[in-house]
Write a protein that binds this ligand. Structure first.
Ligand SMILES: NC(=O)C1=CN([C@@H]2O[C@H](COP(=O)(O)OP(=O)(O)OC[C@H]3O[C@@H](n4cnc5c(N)ncnc54)[C@H](OP(=O)(O)O)[C@@H]3O)[C@@H](O)[C@H]2O)C=CC1
Ligand SMILES: CCCCCCCCCCCCCCCC(=O)[C@@H](N)CO
Length: 324
């Protein structure tokens, strides 16, 4: 009882404090923001917000037509005449191309201040149903693509003693899920990358933010739904479906404040708190909240996991009946 009361008081204090005590929010005014995957979905929504903040924005993606279309849309959201919105056709899974193109745009527009890694995609399906080609592409784009882009800007970030790195993982970068095996593995890997980089970059005043979105209503999501197993659909629904603008807005705020995790929604809050692990501590209040919540949240998590297991069992027996 005392424990519950203590938790409630703490939640109240944290909520109250969070409204009056805001972490310093850096400005993007006249800064250069490079966004991989900036021509669609979450990346494009982020680009629009960055343009509204007065940033110069460079979009990196493969398809030239979609890049041009997005560039026009983003141009309409600029707040000054001098903002440069440019596009670079590049495949992030090619390290030389990423490095050369980033070098080139830095020469024309100026040093990148913020790198947002949004290029990525999901292919769902049971592991044995994924083609070797899909598996390789998932790793090459979601994981390697992020590594290559970061490597290309990092030395300059360190030299200038400033910079913001954003990586887009996923809710399934914190928990495995039926049908997401390889995709989830890539997104888990990003967390290891992000945590290590936080340690490497702290002395250089460079921050790292890891986005953990649940399902988000984007062209990519629409595409992935075509091959999504029933089990995956039923489970992922419990995380809700968010608009890319909402995910991008939260991500921008977290990145500007240097928060490590960025998430939206109650389920993702539960998941993120439960999976806090060995990430660095942001504030004493946050730490106290985690100390109180971790135990009870394991119980709530168990409820979800049991439900997920039920879904798997139900679909299994349905398929079994069909086979017969
Ligand atoms: N939508 C969702 O439900 C969720 C998405 N995420 C993650 O968020 C990120 C963005 O997803 P979302 O907005 O839905 O995706 P979209 O498919 O809408 O957009 C993906 C963007 O990445 C670009 N891209 C894809 N492959 C490459 C490549 N090899 N090289 C360069 N650019 C590439 C695409 O352009 P082009 O094809 O022209 O190259 C496009 O601009 C992904 O990493 C995804 O895994 C995470 C959680 C949930
Ligand atoms: C322990 C407490 C548990 C709380 C419940 C957690 C429910 C989370 C649901 C996660 C949904 C996963 C969406 C994957 C998104 C994604 O990456 C793809 N759509 C990519 O395009």
């Amino acid at each position: 009882m005392i424990y519950i009361i203590l938790c409630l008081i703490l939640c109240g204090v944290v909520f109250y404090k969070s409204t009056i005590y805001k972490r310093h929010r850096r400005s993007l005014w006249n800064k250069h923001v490079a966004i991989t995957g900036g021509s669609s979905g979450i990346g494009k929504a982020f680009a629009i917000l960055a343009a509204k903040e007065g940033a110069h924005v460079t979009l990196l993606a493969r398809n030239v037509d979609r890049l041009e279309e997005a560039r026009n849309e983003i141009k309409q959201n600029t707040v000054t005449q001098d903002q440069i919105i440019s596009k670079v056709p590049v495949d992030v899974s090619c390290p030389e191309a990423v490095e050369n193109n980033l070098l080139e745009i830095e020469e024309t527009i100026g040093p990148v201040y913020m790198l947002v890694n949004c290029a990525g995609f999901a292919v769902c399906g049971k592991l044995e149903d994924l083609s070797e080609r899909d598996i390789k592409a998932l790793v090459d784009v979601n994981l390697m693509g992020t590594i290559y882009a970061i490597r290309a800007v990092l030395p300059k970030f360190k030299k200038r003693r400033e910079g913001i790195i954003v990586m887009t993982s996923s809710a399934v970068g914190l928990m495995g899920m039926f049908g997401y095996s390889v995709y989830s593995a890539c997104k888990f890997a990003l967390r290891g990358l992000a945590e290590s980089l936080v340690m490497e970059l702290k002395p250089y005043n460079v921050t790292v933010t890891l986005a953990l979105p649940p399902d988000t209503d984007t062209p990519g999501f629409e595409n992935e739904n075509k091959s999504k197993p029933k089990e995956t659909k039923l489970m992922s629904e419990s995380g809700g479906l968010y608009k890319p603008e909402v995910v991008a807005k939260q991500l921008l705020e977290d990145a500007l404040k240097g928060n490590f995790f960025s998430y939206v929604g109650l389920e993702s809050f539960i998941l993120t708190t439960l999976c806090v692990g060995m990430t660095s501590v942001n504030s004493v209040l946050e730490l106290l909240l985690q100390i109180c919540l971790l135990g009870p949240l394991r119980l709530i998590g168990t409820y979800y996991i049991k439900n997920f297991e039920k879904i798997v069992a139900k679909c299994f027996s349905e398929n079994h009946v069909q086979e017969k």
